[in-house]
Design a protein around this ligand. Sequence first.
Ligand code: NAD
Ligand code: UFG
Length: 342
Amino acid sequence: MAILVTGGAGYLGSHTCVELLNAGYKIVIVDNFSNSKPESLKRIKNITGKDFNFYNIDILNKDSLREVFSENNIDAVIHFAGLKAVGESVEAPLKYYHNNITGTIILCEVMEEFNVNRIVFSSSATVYGVPETVPILEDSTLYATNPYGRTKLMAEEIFKDMYKSNPNWSIALLRYFNPIGAHESGEIGEDPNGIPNNLMPYITQVGVGKLNELMVFGNDYATSDGTGVRDYIHVVDLALGHLKALEKVMQEPGVEAYNLGTGKGYSVLEMVSAFEKAFGGNIPYKIVERRAGDIGECYADPTKAKQQLDWFATRGIDEMCKDSWRWQSKNPNGYAKDLKLV
Ligand code: NAD
Ligand code: UFG
């Protein structure tokens, strides 16, 4: 019996694969490297000392996916494969709907063909749109403000319909808040293409000297210091949440959404200070205009995951910053380790 991990070479997938292997699961990874590098797979093996089957395929290719299911005894799927850049999704909505929605449908069709009906899906706190209140509960109003967010919302709806039509399905919809940090080895971590869109990789690239200064997007939000507040969660805690969700979908059918967050919000300036402590230097920044589409404050109520999955985050902000910095400083160019600093 094996767990299929789609998008397992990516940031969240690679960390989850490490935890799955450490916990003794047999895994099979599929990835098309559209946003990752083969090097991450080597490092998963180095960290764990364990091997796995890997298929360099696109989940849109149904025949290739069928081969994966016929060559391996798949018991459940953790589905990370997807495109995730909000700005790009506004520029290229069809690319996002095709990859994220059609990809998910094809995966589920093949699962049905092979009688595999347990899946853990990567959703996002983006399905809460502009939250009405914080902390955010799973039964809050759902809506999305951009095509990327709509792919997550639509996928959730599709999963709910699948369960209605066939109560053998067992589905966990994991709504991630803001994953940061890296494995404590510093061997795997987040490796964005080009200039990072997200706060932590931007800060670490300022730390390593690839970028000059952080732009803080607005200081006029209704928050303690006026800068945006988010629920940052250590990627290893997030990975462990997948193991708990997997146990749940193995136990009983159903479809449930869970917030994976810490329940605590930090502002951009608090993150800068926390990182400076881990880094041991200054991160220059300047306040600029708000970023279009940003919200002021977003953090989880993670009680449901604690009650139903027996999962909660244990790693704090200092550990998140320390581990992000270890990864970035050991790998200034991410997985492209042979290149000079650019
Ligand atoms: P990532 O880009 O690092 O990983 C996604 C992986 O999927 C990549 O390795 C990519 O090559 C692969 N992939 C994409 N489309 C594919 C396809 N059609 N066929 C095969 N492989 C494909 O992203 P991540 O940060 O690890 O995110 C994983 C999932 O979690 C995504 O679905 C993302 O939308 C979701 N998510 C991420 C965050 C975050 O902040 N990182 C927040 C909420 C939700
Ligand atoms: N920020 C800056 N400067 C930067 C980058 C970010 O000030 O260079 C600020 C943002 O304005 C925000 C905070 O830092 O206040 C966090 O921004 P991120 O881009 O790191 O994260 P977001 O919360 O905006 O978005 C993330 C994912 C989305 C996902 C969303 C909800 O990138 O895909 O969380 O889960 F939809």
